[in-house]
Design a binder for this molecule. Structure first.
Ligand SMILES: Cc1cc2nc3c(=O)[nH]c(=O)nc-3n(C[C@H](O)[C@H](O)[C@H](O)COP(=O)(O)O)c2cc1C
Length: 333
């Protein structure tokens, strides 16, 4: 008998498969299908800082032009009503998903600046989310911004969000930090309970005929798994916080690699968008069969067995591996 259960952010999960934030978690019906196929938890698609700010600005604008406008009237946001605020719909969605399924529901906020919008962390908690994922998606282009100023601001934001909620907080990061272990440690000290590695940046393409920017979203490829895998293997065992792997998990082998590197859960978006929620059941069958055949009895037994501190060749995760890999290329014409 194979025990697939794991824990993540203090929650007991029946297996390590979690649906990452994506359009799949935008509909209650699809989330129910994911649950029926065996997914252990779902991360809802994100509510963005920009959505919250723009909706409240629009409302302010509306109220300031309305008859009978008063300063008092512009200082609150109506909970319901004709304005149909997007953020309110998000909270409603959290509530509806939570009622419809029995597995943990993780809300997601996406933003970078410390401001009034972070009150939504608390509102997502009040709507019933079991945990919150904060996605720090930011691309600095201002040459006057110093790395430590950006990092300090993000640590402050995380601390502010953490202090406003009592549910666990995970932070979803990009891989582009100068000293990732140091930054992650600062975020852990600020109260982060888990790290979701890594955010996938969607790179704009150039349309050379139209001379415009092409926005096309490519789903992830298998090779992209290696970046989060490396960093999870390096970070596992050095932090108290949980690690979740996202990007490039396409099959049960990806899940096993994630766990062996040290992840508590493997998150999936592209694979489920390609193949549908039913793919979860196949992955679980394959995972169980693989573990049984090799006499693994539990996920806990595998976790971290190939982290940097456990492998025979720890330098393989560092610069030392660079020359070796380059030298291993044999396919010359
Ligand atoms: C269409 C689409 C929408 C996504 N929306 C969100 C989102 O709202 N918030 C978020 O944090 N990540 C979002 N992601 C990123 C995924 O959660 C995931 O981290 C990323 O796709 C890498 O995992 P994958 O290789 O399994 O796709 C989205 C991904 C896709 C493909």
């Amino acid at each position: 008998m194979v025990d697939l259960s794991t824990t993540y952010l203090g929650m007991r999960l029946k297996n390590p498969l979690v649906a990452a934030a994506s359009p799949l978690t935008k509909s209650v019906e699809r989330v129910q299908k994911l649950e029926a196929a065996g997914i252990a938890a779902v991360v809802l698609y994100s509510l963005f800082e920009e959505q919250i700010i723009s909706e409240s600005l629009e409302l302010d604008h509306f109220l300031s032009r309305s008859e009978g406008f008063s300063a008092e009237a512009s200082s609150y946001l109506p909970d319901t009503g004709e304005y149909s605020l997007l953020p309110d719909r998000y909270l409603d969605h959290v509530q509806r998903v939570k009622k419809a399924i029995g597995i943990p529901v993780i809300g997601s906020l996406n933003g970078v600046s410390k401001g009034g919008w972070i009150r939504y962390a608390r509102l997502i908690q009040e709507a019933g989310a079991d945990a919150l994922e904060l996605n720090l998606y930011y691309l600095p282009t201002d040459a006057s911004l110093k790395a430590h100023d950006i990092e300090d601001a993000q640590v402050e934001l995380v601390a502010a969000v953490k202090s406003s909620i009592s549910i666990p907080l995970a932070v979803k990061l990009s891989p582009f930090y100068t000293s990732l272990p140091n930054f992650v440690q600062m975020l852990a000290d600020a109260g982060t309970d888990g790290f979701v590695l890594f955010n996938r940046f969607y790179q704009p393409d150039l349309d050379i005929e139209e001379l415009s920017i092409a926005h096309t979203l490519e789903l992830s490829a298998l090779a992209e798994l290696r970046l989060p895998l490396r960093w999870i293997a390096i970070l596992h065992g050095r932090l108290k916080a949980d690690l979740a792997l996202t990007t490039g998990v396409r099959d049960h082998e990806g899940v096993i690699k994630a766990v062996m590197a040290g992840a508590r859960v493997a998150m999936l978006a592209s694979e489920l968008l390609r193949k549908g929620p039913g793919r979860v059941a196949e992955l679980l069958t394959d995972l169980t069969a693989w573990m049984s055949a090799r006499e693994y009895t539990s996920i806990d037994q595998m976790r971290g067995s190939m982290n940097q501190q456990s492998v025979a060749e720890p330098a393989a995760f560092e610069r030392a591996n660079y020359m070796k890999v380059l030298g291993s290329y044999r396919d010359l014409p």
